[in-house]
Structure formats: structure tokens, C-alpha cells
Design a protein around this ligand. Structure first.
Ligand SMILES: Nc1ncnc2c1ncn2[C@@H]1O[C@H](COP(=O)(O)OP(=O)(O)OP(=O)(O)O)[C@@H](O)[C@H]1O
Ligand SMILES: [Mg+2]
Length: 260
């Protein structure tokens, strides 16, 4: 990868969330999916968001990525307040600044790996790359150079997810948001996907946020943000936690108990 492909270092906030809140109305009941979340993520960080089912992880990620609008608070992506934008301007920020990876890979079934990755480059408003050349480079970085002409049903789950990561990176966004990227994979394939994400962070300096409920995935990131009941409970270095408490889950449980 060439140098102009790299994003900046740890001294520039790529994501800033202030008092972010999401209330959802279910008949008479208001669900507080996210309560006053404030956080800053610097360029180049590899962060995980963990927490029990229903704790607000996907809600938070969706708000950070402009897929959803908050009830209160604001989100700033790469110096731009996205909570103030029109739907059209927001779509543009999403396309140019953010790559998304989900649990189910959502590749186009009739296209090859190469074509799936080239597609967003062909559709970019301002084309930065030669679509085929760029798609080849990304797939090679993700160790899929032998799979360029395979269609999704000719690839393993882990391979499909790596194609989805390459596609999300096609237009070189500074930020990659992943919701349970290993959730549908066995531990070996999940390990390869994590290896791929760490390689992306290292070589492209892409800021990566991974939502997971798998502690072994969180332990491979540099910073672990934990959510409980819609609130940010902890913001930790996984190594420090290992030393203090032995295991990450124990620490999270302890934090939850303190709060209760
Ligand atoms: N469209 C919706 N309408 C009403 N409530 C919702 C809606 N979407 C999410 N919620 C509620 O908001 C809370 C947070 O949901 P969210 O999907 O963010 O959790 P999560 O941490 O991602 O869980 P999981 O690990 O199961 O994916 C949950 O209590 C959920 O039931
Ligand atoms: Mg979720």
C-alpha cells in the first residue's frame, strides 16, 4: 500500500460523541437504548465495544456511523458534526468517510470477489483509484489473491467476511465500523478476520471500531469500551485488566454489579 493510503496518527480525534442518547418508543414504554454516551476515538485506534445483549452496542455504532439519528447529543466525524447534516449530506459523509462491516457479509451473490470490491470504487463520486487495481491490492492484503474470481457461494464464511472488509475499505475511508464481524464465524475463521483487521489498522492506519460480545476478540484490540444498560461503564486497556482481575469478563461483571 502506498503512503498516501495511510491515515493520520493517534493525535486527531476521528470520532467524537457527546452526551449521545437514543430513546425508542414502544407503545407506552420508552426504551433508553443509549444514555448520555460521551467518548473520543483518535485516528488509528483499534477499539472494541462490548456488553451484554441489548446493552446498546449496535445502537451506539449506528449513531456513530450516521445510520441512525440520536434523540440527543452529537456526533463529530473527522471534524464534521454529522447530527446537523441533511440526509443527503449525511449519505455523502457515510460514503466517503465510513466503511461498514456487518455479521452477515451482504456481498452481491452474482459478482466475484474482485467485482464486489471494485463496485464501490466504480460508484464513488470522485474516483480516487483504478477499481480493478485497487480491488486486487486490497484482496491481496487480506490474503485472498487466490480467490479473486470466486463468487460468494464459492468462498468460506471467513473469506466472505474478508472480501466484505476489502469492499468497506475500497474508497479508503478513515473509519471502519464493524458490528459483530466474527459473530457468524468459527473461532479459526474469526481469528483470521481479526488478523486481517489488525493488518488494516497497521498498514493503512484506519481507525477501527468493533462491536463484539466475544472477549477473545476484544482482547485483541487496544481499547475496550464496555456498555451496560445503555451506559458506558468502562474504557479500558485489555492488558491492564488482565493483570488486575485475571479476566476481562470478571471485570465487566464487577463493574455491572457496582452500578446495580
Ligand atoms: N427499533 C427498536 N425499537 C425499540 N427498541 C429497540 C429497537 N432497536 C433496539 N431496541 C432496544 O434498544 C436496546 C439496545 O439495542 P441494541 O441493538 O443496541 O443492543 P446490542 O447491545 O447491540 O445487543 P446484541 O448484542 O443482542 O446485538 C435493546 O433493549 C433493544 O431491545
Ligand atoms: Mg447488536
Amino acid at each position: 500500500m502506498s503512503n498516501n493510503n495511510r491515515h493520520s496518527d493517534y493525535t486527531h480525534p476521528v470520532v467524537l460523541a457527546e452526551n449521545l442518547r437514543k430513546d425508542l418508543q414502544m407503545g407506552q414504554v420508552t426504551v433508553h437504548a443509549l444514555r448520555d454516551a460521551t467518548l473520543t476515538i483518535q485516528a488509528g485506534e483499534l477499539v472494541s465495544i462490548i456488553g451484554p445483549s441489548g446493552s446498546g452496542k449496535s445502537t451506539l455504532l449506528g449513531l456513530l456511523g450516521g445510520l441512525d439519528t440520536p434523540t440527543g447529543g452529537r456526533v463529530v466525524i473527522d471534524d464534521m458534526d454529522i447530527t446537523q447534516l441533511s440526509e443527503r449530506a449525511l449519505t455523502r459523509v457515510r460514503n466517503e468517510k465510513i466503511g461498514f462491516v456487518f455479521q452477515f457479509f451482504n456481498l452481491v451473490p452474482t459478482l466475484t470477489a474482485l467485482e464486489n470490491v471494485a463496485l464501490p470504487i466504480q460508484f464513488a463520486r470522485q474516483r480516487q483509484f483504478n477499481p480493478t487495481k485497487r480491488a486486487r491490492e486490497l484482496l491481496a492484503m487480506l490474503e485472498l489473491e487466490e480467490r479473486l474470481n470466486h463468487r460468494p457461494n464459492q468462498l468460506s464464511g471467513g473469506e466472505q467476511q474478508r472480501v466484505a472488509i476489502a469492499r468497506a475499505l475500497a474508497n479508503n475511508p478513515p473509519l471502519l465500523l464493524c458490528d459483530e464481524p466474527t459473530g457468524n464465524l468459527d473461532s479459526v475463521s474469526g481469528g483470521l478476520v481479526m488478523h486481517a483487521l489488525r493488518e488494516v489498522q497497521r498498514s493503512m492506519r484506519t481507525t477501527i471500531i468493533i462491536v463484539t460480545h466475544d472477549m477473545s476478540i476484544a482482547a485483541q484490540t487496544e481499547r475496550v469500551i464496555s456498555l451496560v444498560d445503555g451506559c458506558i461503564q468502562g474504557d479500558m486497556d485489555p492488558r491492564a485488566l488482565d493483570v488486575v482481575t485475571g479476566t476481562l469478563p470478571t471485570a465487566i461483571d464487577a463493574l455491572a454489579e457496582v452500578r446495580a
